[in-house]
Ligand binder design. Structure first.
Ligand SMILES: *[C@@H]1O[C@H](CO)[C@@H](O)[C@H](O)[C@H]1NC(C)=O
Ligand SMILES: *[C@@H]1O[C@H](CO)[C@@H](O)[C@H](O)[C@H]1NC(C)=O
Ligand SMILES: *[C@@H]1O[C@H](CO)[C@@H](O)[C@H](O)[C@H]1NC(C)=O
Length: 501
């Protein structure tokens, strides 16, 4: 046992023994009786020490057992958010307003039963996102509550401390959105059913108080969900729209997407072409029934951030046939709030490839592989809209505009939306059996120059994202290779293809 106390006792014990020996050496001395007593005392001390030591051993055994069960408690000093430094409030956010804009107009729409939707009756009242504009804040939630029920906007500062006494009474409209009045210094927000119930969820408020939109045109891309790997549709549609002059994309993922597809989405975000929003709810599965949540989130996300948004799914591509998109929009009167396009469907009869293989890829892309197309129709309209001049985007059409704004239909000769729609089991997959479709199929494709440009753009992006290689051990300096146990290196010897092990 290496115990300082124990060692000290040993040391004292040895001193006592040497004292005893000294007394024995002086046996002839006249003080024999005295020496004998001293010896006895010494022996007594030695025995006591031995006994003590024995007890000590027993005690440490007991002590070990005691400490294995005993829990030491460390005091932890939590920070009370109330004691944090006061928030810095930028001047654009130092605004408190009494009410929201267009309240009467919205009341009229409510009266006409517009902008409502009912599903997921037992869902939690959970905010997904929130945006602050010049005249109000809008919170998008993952629930539908009829607009005759009161709801309360609850505001929090940069320290997540509620701004006391600032709650605002509102209702859910349109769809899953709630309009809230502005509050100076509000950085986080939520909505609750009563004015003072405990708050479970808050979301940050994204700044949309912008002097002018960041993007001229963006795409609100329909939700990405489910097991099928969608990377080919995503890359083709996105590169196609980039060639049309649209450079920003709002992607929405429900729950999660396969990691292969996610890499492509991450690349578009990294290259500054996209914002990926992931919507999570308490539901284990999210599917087409949540589509309106993506539309509502994207609509308010884009308001004042993009002047125009094209609202299409990942299998739909805007085709401009007479003049480029921006040139055409410059000819559109300022009082147009939304523009409807007709569409054509192209049959996609096979599954999408699961990974990118450069060999033979040019035959796999949808825009060369599939040509069976039905005739153009206004039955399925797609919309390009101004999110600051319209309200209540419902799937692919807008039902309301702010006073002074109107809708417009684009002639078929100017442009249309090309929809590479699957004929495999999917939503309303029986579309292809309709006589209207089968009687009117013809081979149709895009002009060769455009197809070539698109192919170059698609392959360039895919190579950037998916062409990966092993890490060679030869490219790592020897002194780094020696730093850790070998299992910590993921490299392969270039010379013989074996792992570093
Ligand atoms: C916010 O505005 C108020 C007046 O409305 C002013 O007194 C205050 O100093 C402003 N705060 C900041 C941080 O600008
Ligand atoms: C809504 O309808 C009710 C009853 O029809 C009417 O009394 C009310 O004035 C209407 N409100 C608006 C804003 O139109
Ligand atoms: C492969 O090459 C490396 C580096 O020359 C060497 O250390 C390693 O032992 C080789 N492995 C095999 C299985 O030959």
């Amino acid at each position: 046992m290496c115990n300082p106390i124990h060692n000290e006792l040993d040391w004292i014990g040895l001193r006592c023994v040497s004292l005893h020996l000294t007394t024995v050496k002086d046996a002839k001395s006249p003080f024999r009786g005295y020496r004998f007593r001293v010896s006895l005392v010494a022996i007594f001390i030695i025995i006591s020490l031995a006994f003590y030591q024995f007890e000590f051993v027993k005690f440490t055994k007991y002590e070990d057992e005691f400490y294995s069960k005993f829990v030491e408690i460390d005091t932890v000093m939590a920070q009370d958010p109330q004691s944090l430094l006061p928030c810095n409030v930028d001047s654009w956010n130092n605004v408190t307003l009494e009410d929201i804009s267009f309240k009467d107009v919205r009341a009229d729409w409510k009266n006409k039963s517009l902008g409502s939707w009912q599903n997921f009756e037992d869902a939690a009242l959970r905010p997904i996102s929130a945006f602050v504009y010049e005249h109000e804040i809008v919170v998008v939630t993952a629930k539908y509550i009829k607009f005759d029920k009161p709801l309360y906007c609850r505001y929090f500062d940069c320290n997540h401390v509620e701004l006391h006494g600032t709650a605002f009474q509102s209702t859910m409209f349109p769809y899953s959105a709630v309009y809230c009045a502005r509050r100076a210094g509000a950085n986080h927000i939520t909505v609750t059913r009563t004015i003072d119930e405990p708050v479970e969820f808050t979301v940050p408020i994204v700044n949309r108080v912008l002097s002018k939109p960041v993007h001229e045109i963006s795409v609100c891309v329909g939700p990405i969900y489910g097991a099928e790997s969608r990377w080919l549709e995503i890359v083709e549609t996105t590169e196609h729209h980039i060639l049309m002059g649209i450079q920003h994309f709002y992607f929405t993922v429900f729950n999660q997407v396969d990691t292969y597809t996610r890499r492509l989405l991450d690349d578009y975000e990294q290259s500054g072409n996209a914002k990926v929003t992931v919507i999570q709810t308490e539901y284990k599965h999210m599917d087409w029934m949540f589509h309106m949540m993506q539309i509502t989130d994207c609509f308010f996300r884009a308001r004042h951030h993009s002047k125009w948004i094209l609202n299409v799914d990942i299998d739909e591509r805007l085709v401009m046939t007479r003049m480029p998109l921006h040139s055409y929009l410059r000819t559109i009167p300022e009082d147009v709030g939304d523009i409807s396009f007709s569409s054509k469907r192209v049959q996609r009869t096979e599954n999408l490839p699961s990974i990118f293989t450069p060999e033979g890829f040019e035959r796999e892309v949808l825009f060369t592989k599939y040509q069976k197309t039905n005739s153009m129709s206004y039955m399925e309209m797609k919309v390009l809209l101004r999110p600051d001049k319209t309200e209540g985007l419902f799937y692919h059409w807008v039902w309301a505009r702010y006073p002074g704004f109107r809708t417009m239909m684009i002639p078929k000769t100017v442009g249309y939306v090309r929809h590479y729609r699957t004929t495999l089991p999917s939503l309303a997959a029986n579309w292809v059996k309709s006589k209207l479709v089968t009687d009117n199929l013809r081979n149709n494709r895009l002009d060769a120059r455009f197809e070539e440009k698109l192919m170059v753009a698609v392959v360039r992006r895919l190579k950037l994202v998916y062409e990966q290689r092993d890490m060679w051990c030869e490219e790592i300096p020897w002194w780094i290779l020696r730093m850790m146990e070998r299992s910590n290196y993921n490299c392969i010897w270039k010379v013989n293809g074996t792992r570093f092990a």
